[in-house]
Design a protein around this ligand. Structure first.
Ligand code: AMP
Length: 213
């Protein structure tokens, strides 16, 4: 299964991707996680990306495209992958398309997790990640156990200000990839409002109808 998860910031892509990759036994390739790791390590890529990320802006296409196209060439992606957070612009979608054509493989599904704007800010601002397990919590909707609260990470771009920019970038830059995949007949729209377990069920039901290559 070669698939993409698309949705606004705070739609639950990371949470859902973590569950789905266990079911489909494919690598979870998150452009945001890869960039955050590069920032933490202080690599040239991380240094280039840091300022954009803190401000909630998109990292330039050429940086992100190179990073992801290299990643999906690795042997663990040969039989499938889940892209989370990439592509995020039309040029990124076109570059992925061209690279996959060249490799002679096809995308099976693009899942669009739909959540209204008014819910996104609260979801992102309350989000906390456990760096040891990668588990994503929400202070109100999915509270973390008290014993791990000391080690939880609050992303630098999960502030009201950065989330506002990220939502606006989603509408101007990322939403245009939706008709691109709709025209290919591989777009699955899923309602992203509700309990995370229910949303996982909705996504797996949508994917059951998809013939995997
Ligand atoms: P995410 O973890 O997917 O919310 O991504 C966090 C931040 O990383 C974004 O706000 C961007 O600054 C950057 N980023 C992640 N993926 C991309 C991408 N595909 N294109 C450009 N910037 C990205």
């Amino acid at each position: 299964m070669r698939m993409i998860l698309v949705g606004p910031p705070g739609a639950g892509k990371g949470t859902q991707a973590g569950r789905l990759v266990a079911t489909y036994r494919i690598p979870h390739i998150s452009s945001g996680d890869m960039l955050r790791a590069a920032v933490k390590e202080g690599t040239p890529l991380g240094v280039a990306a840091d300022g954009y990320m803190k401000a909630g802006k998109l990292v330039p296409d050429d940086v992100v495209i190179g990073m992801i196209l290299e990643r999906i060439k690795k042997p663990d992606s040969a039989n499938g992958f889940m892209l989370d957070g990439f592509p995020r612009t039309r040029p990124q979608a076109e570059a992925l398309d061209a690279a996959m054509k060249q490799a002679g493989v096809e995308l099976d599904a693009v899942v669009l997790i739909e959540v209204p704007d008014q819910l996104l800010e609260e979801r992102a601002v309350g989000r906390r990640t456990d760096p040891d397990t990668g588990t994503i919590y929400h202070l109100k909707y999915n509270p973390p156990p008290a014993e791990i609260s000391g080690r939880l990470v609050h992303r630098k771009d999960d502030t009201v200000e950065a989330v506002t920019t990220r939502v606006s970038k989603y509408h101007s830059e990322t939403a245009p990839i939706v008709p691109f995949y709709e025209a290919k007949g591989i777009l699955q729209r899923v309602d992203g409002v509700g309990d995370p377990d229910v949303i996982t069920t909705r996504i797996t039901a949508a994917l059951r109808a998809v013939p995997s290559t």
